[in-house]
Design a protein around this ligand. Structure first.
Ligand code: BES
Ligand code: MN
Ligand code: MN
Length: 464
């Protein structure tokens, strides 16, 4: 049943809820680039102030070896269940900046085809400041309307976009402090604004950087061309070798641990609404691409991948320069599915990459971050509480879907704290997270704030 108090409170505070989010969005909290260090820390302080203002107790900035974690709580009765909210205040770099139609850290509302009510354009608007802040405002709403039905703890970190390694340490060292009954996270999406969904799976990740060295210096491509290995050509050949003509990854052992879904499970997945035509149209593609034998939705969720994320070397300036570079580089990510292990994959990647390198070059493989895949239950009390909450506010029962993205800490929450997460996100795939012109629907922002209190209420009642 709808609770009119929720909508009344949101309606009254609409502008303020937007303006406060804008304040957060104006601080460029790019965790990957040390240039923004002061801004990342400033954002943590800002989140702390917002939690205090919303009514949280014991709000603190927890220092780590990297960026701080903001913690806060409201314990109303130790006998009641506790919801632990996780989110992140760091964002991806904004580049390529010239492709933004307005400044990445100057939030503005603009209409789009999928967001006729307007969307907030700014880096982090959807991933994850906007979605994280919905929880702070929903908490304020429950405090102000005397309707907080259980205990709540907030843990908002600043290193999600760089692998959450310091959060992993924090979680291991603070198990008592983080004691809860469920974790709720809004850092994923829904299928469409009229097709709600709840994410029940995330892929893992192994991220590596490779370096191929040919001659000891850049060479004249006429004097030496054809007679020595060109590391850029070699790197391209090596990368090409990592997939066969069916787009299967060729690293020996890569698929050994991959979970195989039953025909029934795949049939169930195929029920999720999806239009290939619209998918292609949205991306301006005349055709799709991927592993033989799998649908688009399977390729980007239950199947592992290998993708080059960046490749460079040689001359990139104006005009032409006839040169054979000494070195070539690439950053490569592998998305993993249950029950692959990110360290094992990192290792077999390195072994294979070295094994296919011709003697004419030297190669170096440097592991970056990793994270384990996770599947969350769709039968738990918390899932049902979320499903019912979305059904109340969207008027439609959400579909469980597995996502292709990664939130490395989710698997750790399970292994270290024994807690399942409910991935109740409100973004759209078309919101351009990590891309230029990231945006988040105004509808989605307020729908999140509206839905979260129902989740708390359902969860508290159903846990009795
Ligand atoms: N929020 C995203 C992950 C996501 C987005 C999952 C949409 C499902 C749907 C998160 O901030 C993210 O970008 N994670 C990174 C992993 C990290 C180690 C850099 C990713 O998936 O690339
Ligand atoms: Mn995120
Ligand atoms: Mn992200």
């Amino acid at each position: 049943m709808q609770n009119p108090n929720i909508n009344t409170y949101i309606e009254k505070n609409k502008d303020r809820f937007l303006n406060e989010l804008f304040e957060l969005l104006r601080i460029p909290s790019v965790s990957a680039d040390p240039k923004y260090k002061a801004d990342v820390i400033k954002t943590a302080v800002c989140v702390k102030e917002k939690l205090v203002a919303a009514g949280a107790d014991k709000v603190e900035i927890c220092e780590t070896a990297g960026y701080p974690i903001v913690y806060g709580e409201k314990i109303i009765d130790a006998k009641l269940p506790t919801v632990l909210v996780y989110g992140h205040y760091d964002v991806q770099p904004a580049d390529p900046i010239e492709l933004w139609t307005s400044g990445p850290f100057e939030p503005v509302i603009k209409k789009t085809d999928l967001h006729p009510e307007g969307a907030i354009f700014a880096r982090g608007s959807c991933d994850d400041k906007g979605q994280m802040y919905m929880h702070v405002k929903a908490f304020e709403l429950m405090m102000q309307t005397n309707s907080l039905p259980c205990n709540v703890k907030f843990m908002i970190e600043g290193e999600e976009e760089v692998g959450s390694s310091n959060l992993a340490t924090f979680v291991k060292q603070n198990k008592e402090k983080l004691k809860a009954d469920v974790i709720v996270i809004s850092d994923t999406g829904i299928i469409a604004n009229n097709i709600p969904s709840i994410t029940v799976g995330l892929r893992g990740l192994s991220y590596v950087e490779v370096e191929v060295t040919g001659p000891n210096r850049d060479l004249h491509s006429g004097l030496y061309g054809g007679a020595v290995a060109n590391p850029i050509n070699i790197l391209c050949e090596m990368i090409a070798k990592m997939k066969d003509d069916k787009n299967h990854i060729t690293i020996p052992g890569f698929y050994d641990d991959v979970e195989i879904l039953t025909a029934e499970e795949r049939a169930e997945m195929a029920k999720a609404p999806f239009s290939l035509d619209e998918y292609k149209k949205a991306l301006d593609l005349s055709d799709i691409h991927g592993e033989d034998g799998y649908s688009t939705n399977e390729r980007n969720s239950i199947r592992p991948t290998l993708d080059v994320n960046g490749i460079w070397g040689g001359y990139q300036g104006e005009g032409a320069k006839t040169v054979i570079a000494s070195k070539a580089y690439a950053k490569i990510s592998m998305r993993l599915v249950p029950h692959q292990d990110s360290e094992k994959i990192m290792k077999i990647f390195g072994d294979y990459f070295k094994s296919i390198a011709p003697k004419s070059v030297k190669v170096k493989v440097t592991p970056h971050h990793g994270g384990e895949p996770v599947v969350t239950p769709s039968t738990s009390v918390a899932y049902k509480a979320a499903s019912m909450a979305m059904e109340t506010t969207f008027g439609k029962k959400p579909v469980p879907v597995r996502s292709g993205g990664s939130i490395p800490i989710v698997a750790m929450f399970k292994s270290e704290l024994g807690l399942d997460s409910v991935l109740m996100g409100f973004g759209l795939d078309s919101d351009a997270i990590h891309s230029p012109n990231e945006h988040y629907g105004v509808f989605n922002y307020f729908k999140g704030i509206e839905t979260i209190p129902y989740f708390y209420k359902n969860f508290a009642e159903m846990s009795k």
